[in-house]
Design a protein around this ligand. Structure first.
Ligand SMILES: Cc1ncc(COP(=O)(O)O)c(C=O)c1O
Length: 426
C-alpha cells in the first residue's frame, strides 16, 4: 500500500490539515521526511525547492546549524513544565517591546490566538457581535468560519458543517478594503459590535494588501464606536518587518494576534495589547483562557532565537523583499512573453500569481474568479520539476532567507516553461 493510501486509511484525507491533501490542485500529496535550508525532501529522498516554508514560519529556511545546536541544549533543559519559566518572561518582553503593547498571552496556535482575542474583546466591551472580512482567514474557531478564506475558500464550502447558526449570527462579514461596508455594518448594529478582526495584508486569498486610507478610516471608526480593532498578524507579524505592520499604516490597533514566525517552527500563537484590555484576562480578570502547553519552553526558546536573528540582522527584511521582487519581475516578464493572463500581487516577502484577467485587486470579489484550473496545471508542472508551491491558488508564496539567487533563477525559468506549457494546452 502506498504511504498516501495508508495515510488515508488512518487520517481524514490522509492529512492533519486539509490544504495538505492537494485536493484543489488535483494531485496526490507529497509526503515530506526532512528539510534543510531552502529544500524539503520527500520520503523517497526527492528534493523540492520549498516556497511554502511551513506557511510562513520558516522565514530563515530549514535547519540552520546555529539553531540546531541551540535546540539540542534546550532539549536537555526540559520540554514542558506547566509552571512559569524564565523564558516566558524573556519572550513576553521581546514581543511587547517589538510592538505597541504592554501585555501578551502565549497560546499554541494562531486559531487559539484569534479565538481568545475575540473572547477578550467581548469580555472587555460587554458586546456580542464581531466583524470580519470576506477572504480573510483567522483560524478555524466556530464564529470565524463564515465565508472564510484559505482551505474553506478553496474547497468552496463557505461555512463548515458543525458550526451552529447561533454562533454565526453574531458574525458580520464585510468586504475587504471597503470602508462604506464597515460603516453600514456598524450603523445597523449600533452599540452591539465588540470587535473588528482583520488581516492587515490578507494572505489567505492569495495576497491582497490592505489599503492605507482604509486602515486609517477603520481605526477611526472603530475608536469612535468603542469597538476593539484586532490586527491578525499571524502571517504578517515579524515577516513584513520586525514586530507589527501597524506602524506602516500609521495606526495602533487595540489587540494584535501573532503566531507562525514567533515560534521558530514550533506550535505557537500569541495575543497582545494594552493593560486596560489585557488585564481583563484571567487570572487578573474574568475572561477565561488557559493552556497546558502555553508558553512551551522549547517553542519560546526557538522563537526567541529566531526573533533575535531577525532583529539583529539589519538587512534581512530588505533581502527577503529583494528575493520576492526578483520572482515578481521574473513572473511578470514570463506572463508578458507567453501571453498567459495573470497578475502577480506582492507585498514585501509574500506574493501570489493569480491566473485570469483582473483589474485592480482590492477584495475577495476581485479574485474569486481566478482560474484554478490553470493554477493546478502550473502547480503540477512546477512540482514535477522539483518546486513545491502552495497547493492552492488562494495561498501565498512565502520567501525565506535560505532561497538563493540560483534557486530563484531556476524557479523563474521553470515558471516560463510552465506558462508556455499552459498556452500549448489551452
Ligand atoms: C492570518 C491567520 N490567522 C490565523 C491563522 C490560524 O493559525 P493556526 O493555523 O496556527 O491555527 C492563520 C493560519 O494560517 C492565518 O493565516
Amino acid at each position: 500500500m502506498s504511504l498516501y493510501n495508508k495515510a488515508k486509511s488512518l487520517m481524514p484525507g490522509g492529512v492533519n490539515s486539509p490544504v495538505r491533501a492537494f485536493g484543489s490542485v488535483k494531485r496526490e500529496p507529497i509526503f515530506i521526511h526532512s528539510a534543510k535550508g531552502p529544500y524539503v525532501y520527500d520520503v523517497d529522498g526527492k528534493q523540492y525547492i520549498d516556497f511554502i516554508t511551513s506557511w510562513g514560519p520558516m522565514i530563515l529556511g530549514h535547519g540552520r546549524e546555529d539553531l540546531i545546536e541551540k535546540a539540542k541544549v534546550y532539549l536537555e533543559e526540559g520540554l514542558t513544565f506547566g509552571l512559569p519559566s524564565d523564558i516566558e518572561v524573556e519572550m513576553a518582553e521581546l514581543v511587547t517591546s517589538a510592538t505597541d503593547t504592554d501585555l501578551v498571552r502565549m497560546v499554541n496556535s494562531g486559531t487559539e490566538a484569534t479565538m481568545s482575542a475575540i473572547r477578550l474583546a467581548r469580555g472587555y466591551t460587554g458586546k456580542k457581535k464581531i466583524i470580519k472580512f470576506e477572504g480573510c482567514y483567522h483560524g478555524h474557531s466556530d464564529s470565524l468560519l463564515v465565508k472564510s478564506g484559505s482551505g474553506t475558500l478553496t474547497f468552496n464550502t463557505p461555512t463548515s458543517a458543525g458550526v451552529p447558526e447561533d454562533t454565526i449570527k453574531h458574525t458580520i462579514v464585510c468586504r475587504y478594503n471597503d470602508i462604506d461596508d464597515v460603516k453600514k455594518a456598524i450603523e445597523s448594529n449600533k452599540d452591539d459590535i465588540a470587535c473588528v478582526i482583520i488581516e492587515p495584508i490578507a494572505g489567505n486569498m492569495g495576497v491582497v494588501p490592505g489599503n492605507y486610507k482604509f486602515m486609517q478610516e477603520l481605526r477611526e471608526i472603530t475608536s469612535e464606536n468603542g469597538i476593539v480593532l484586532i490586527f491578525d498578524e499571524v502571517i504578517t507579524g515579524f515577516r513584513v518587518k520586525y514586530g507589527s505592520i501597524a506602524p506602516l499604516f500609521d495606526i495602533v490597533p487595540d489587540l494584535y494576534c501573532f503566531g507562525k514566525i514567533i515560534g521558530g517552527g514550533l506550535p505557537v500563537g500569541a495575543f497582545a495589547g494594552p493593560e486596560k484590555i489585557m488585564r481583563h484576562l484571567s487570572p487578573d480578570g474574568d475572561v477565561y483562557q488557559a493552556g497546558t502547553l502555553s508558553g512551551n519552553p522549547l517553542a519560546m526558546k526557538m522563537g526567541r532565537d529566531v526573533l533575535n536573528i531577525l532583529r539583529e540582522d539589519k538587512e534581512i527584511y530588505e533581502r527577503l523583499e529583494e528575493k520576492a521582487i526578483k520572482l515578481e519581475n521574473g513572473f511578470n516578464e514570463n506572463l508578458k512573453s507567453t501571453g498567459v493572463s495573470g497578475k502577480v500581487v506582492r507585498y514585501k516577502s509574500m506574493l501570489c500569481l493569480f491566473f485570469g484577467e483582473f483589474d485592480e485587486i482590492k477584495s475577495y470579489d476581485d479574485i474569486k474568479n481566478a482560474n484554478t484550473e490553470m493554477y493546478s496545471e502550473y502547480f503540477s508542472f512546477m512540482l514535477d520539476r522539483g518546486i513545491v508551491l502552495p497547493p492552492a491558488q488562494f495561498e501565498a508564496i512565502f520567501i525565506s532567507d535560505a532561497q538563493t539567487d540560483e534557486i530563484l533563477d531556476y524557479t523563474i525559468e521553470q515558471n516560463r516553461l510552465a506558462l508556455e506549457h499552459i498556452t500549448k494546452n489551452a
